[in-house]
Design a protein around this ligand. Structure first.
Ligand SMILES: [Fe+2]
Length: 272
């Protein structure tokens, strides 16, 4: 199975920019590349912060752009999203019995579980897994087929990353999530967004991947604590292959338009 990951699209109304960037232009470029180069992917998953202010025109704009994607989508909520407005423009997206935007889909190669960590009542954008959402996670982890990898997706990381301001708005209750995992099943891979940087590592033995944002980035700055330092580093989408339990993640810098050449080409090697 192959799939692509995008995150933190931070859509706004058509024609508007955010931090000097047009998210719709960027998503259109990513979709053109994904449609052209990856016709065999099972889905594109977008791990939250779909819209920046969560207003209807932003989701309308996003739905229009995503309609150009050939592959189906799996969409998650992030701290900037609003469930009701999202639902008006994406009525077909799977929700759990409590209305949270989370689901479990079993594919031949892997099981995909998505969590909704949005807490619309939080004054500071931190995430939350309430009792109902933890119960969904517990049921998913306990009932997923044991014979294939389980891939868990959520917007907020349940751990500190070293990005000091972002660490104050991570998942507020990581111990509760860990308790569920510890008594049921460890996911084989954990995928997140939220941090707007490419970050990989392991959390309590679970390998994780944090995707760079589609929109504005967070600068690599492990010192600043009183605000979020931003940057205009180029975005990526991830291309993931899951085959017989073997997981490989590539990054595609889809806005790159510089030269592509053979490393064996002597003329390219010696170019001044
Ligand atoms: Fe974000």
């Amino acid at each position: 199975m192959k799939f692509a990951i995008l995150t933190d699209t931070h859509f706004v109304a058509r024609g508007r920019k955010i931090y000097g960037l047009d998210p719709a232009e960027r998503l259109a470029a990513a979709i053109r590349r994904i449609n052209r180069d990856h016709p065999d992917i099972a889905f594109v998953i977008v791990t939250g912060d779909l819209a920046h202010w969560g207003e209807d025109p932003a989701y309308e704009n996003l739905a229009a752009e995503l309609s150009h994607l050939v592959a189906p989508t799996i969409l998650l909520m992030g701290n900037h999203d609003k469930r009701d407005a999202f639902g008006r423009h994406f009525p077909g997206v799977a929700r759990d019995a409590d209305g949270f935007v989370q689901s479990m889909q079993v594919f031949d190669a892997a099981t995909v579980v998505t969590l909704d960590t949005l807490n619309e009542a939080a004054p500071n954008h931190e995430g939350l897994l309430c009792a109902a959402r933890l119960a969904f996670l517990e049921n998913a982890l306990a009932s997923a087929p044991a014979d294939r990898p389980l891939l868990l997706f959520q917007h907020h990381p349940p751990f500190d990353s070293g990005l000091r301001y972002m660490d104050t708005i991570r998942l507020a209750n990581p111990e509760a999530e860990w308790d569920v995992i510890a008594r049921t099943r460890k996911p084989d891979y954990l995928f997140m967004g939220h941090l707007h940087r490419p970050i990989a590592g392991a959390w309590r033995g679970i390998p994780f991947h944090i995707q760079r944002a589609l929109a504005h980035q967070v600068a690599f700055d492990l010192e600043t604590a009183d605000h979020i330092p931003g940057s205009h580093e180029a975005p990526d989408y991830a291309h993931v292959t899951v085959n017989d339990g073997h997981i490989v993640i590539h990054q595609c810098s889809f806005l790159y338009d510089g030269p592509v050449f053979s490393l064996h080409d002597q003329a390219a090697l010696n170019r001044a």
